[in-house]
Ligand binder design. Structure first.
Ligand SMILES: Nc1ncnc2c1ncn2[C@@H]1O[C@H](COP(=O)(O)OP(=O)(O)O)[C@@H](O)[C@H]1O
Ligand SMILES: [Mg+2]
Length: 362
């Protein structure tokens, strides 16, 4: 087991001037499950491949434990990688697929068999050891790919979107299996996904990337409660946080007829006349129809989920029509075309600088 350190690690692809990964700085603890998340093209795979030794590092360093591995070949890094497409050998049985790396490393047959059987037991693959990959379901193939990594007992697991070939339901159950397996084995893991739900549910900590730049590294809870900037605020959470530009007034910011309190320090940190207020859909209180509190939202669409519902509406804020999403209880669903008065719940609002995107509220 080992820590993993990205120390201002930078990758500039040949022919490009802009780094695909720009001075990435993350320290991953021994045994930690760290998820790298961000939209397509933000540099997740490049970061993982730099750690794996599959991509040159053009600046900074990468360490596994105390070892500087920046320029070591992949085979000397003591890592095992699980790819999106599994990359199983079609002509080999499950057992041979799982034991292949050990065979190449010259481990004797009996020991390989023992390790493969142990891993198969953990992964519920024992009865499939003699099958070929084509006779397996997608979920079973995914587990074989995991098994191949496990038998090597590496210091670090690297996984690049390992669930993206599974259907939605299987993805949900498999993500729980991978997370609990990782906790049981205690092997430091760096996991890449574009799916923020996967990131929040699986990671001990989550690192959000955008355009090759690290935006925030934090626990899922902090990431959700205190997004560091507008990008993270909009990326983490579904439906996304409502982000609305509003004028700054005395002692706070005005949101319809409600004033969202903001500390003076935070507001004096910006010279902007407006700031962006963030409210998650579940952080509005619905006031009575004749209320003059908050803002009036005209209901355009209602998405019923049974337990609750999302109301997609329009409100007049600062003289402009803005789209607003509000979560309501499943038994309190408003009619399409009706009007709701919503008030941002105290202590559950976020304030960001409109110009820089930085978080102003604490
Ligand atoms: N081999 C390559 N050569 C040149 N540019 C690349 C190469 N691989 C990736 N890129 C570019 O680097 C950026 C990051 O890519 P990648 O790390 O694959 O993103 P992600 O995995 O987050 O979708 C993208 O702009 C992509 O086009
Ligand atoms: Mg990728």
């Amino acid at each position: 087991m080992a820590t993993v350190t990205f120390d201002k690690a930078t990758r500039v692809y040949p022919g490009s001037t802009k780094p695909a990964v720009d001075a990435l700085d993350i320290e991953i603890a021994d045994g930690e499950f760290l998820v790298l998340v961000g939209p397509s093209g933000c540099g997740k795979s490049t970061s993982l491949r730099m750690l794996a030794g599959l991509e040159d590092v053009n600046g900074g360093a990468i360490r596994i434990g105390d070892r500087d591995v920046t320029h070591l070949p992949p085979k000397d890094r003591d890592i095992a990688m699980v790819f999106q497409n599994y990359a199983l050998y079609p002509h080999m049985t499950v057992a041979d697929n799982m034991g292949f790396a050990l065979k190449i490393a010259g481990v004797n047959k009996a020991e390989i068999r023992q390790k493969v059987e142990e891993a198969a037991k953990i992964l519920d693959l024992t009865e499939y050891l003699d099958r070929k990959p084509k006779a397996l379901s997608g979920g079973q193939r995914q587990r074989v790919a995991m098994g191949r990594a496990i038998v090597r007992e590496p210091q670090v697991f690297l996984m690049d979107e390992p669930l993206s070939n599974l259907d939605a339901k299987l993805r949900v159950s498999t993500r729980t299996q991978i997370a609990s397996l990782q906790r049981r084995l205690g092997i430091t893991t760096v996991y890449v996904t574009h799916d923020q739900v996967e990131a929040l549910t699986m990671g001990d900590r989550v690192a959000v990337l955008k355009d090759g730049l690290l935006q925030q590294v934090d626990t899922p809870r902090n990431m959700y409660d205190k997004p560091a900037n507008l990008f993270v605020a909009g990326f983490i959470g579904s439906p996304a946080m409502n982000l609305i530009e509003v004028p700054v007034t005395d002692g706070g910011v005005k949101f319809g007829n409600s004033v969202v309190p903001v500390q003076r320090d935070a507001l004096s940190a910006t010279s902007d006349k407006t700031v962006t207020v963030g409210v998650r859909p579940e952080h509005f209180d619905v006031a009575g129809a004749d209320s003059d509190l908050g803002v009036a939202v005209t209901v355009n669409v209602v998405e019923e989920l049974g337990s609750d519902a999302f109301v997609y509406g329009t409100a007049q804020v600062g003289g402009e029509a803005k789209d607003i999403v509000v979560r309501v209880g499943g038994r309190e669903v408003p009619e399409k075309g009706s009007e709701l008065h919503v008030v941002p719940r105290g202590g559950e609002t976020h304030v960001f600088s409109t110009s820089t995107g930085a978080r102003l509220s604490d």
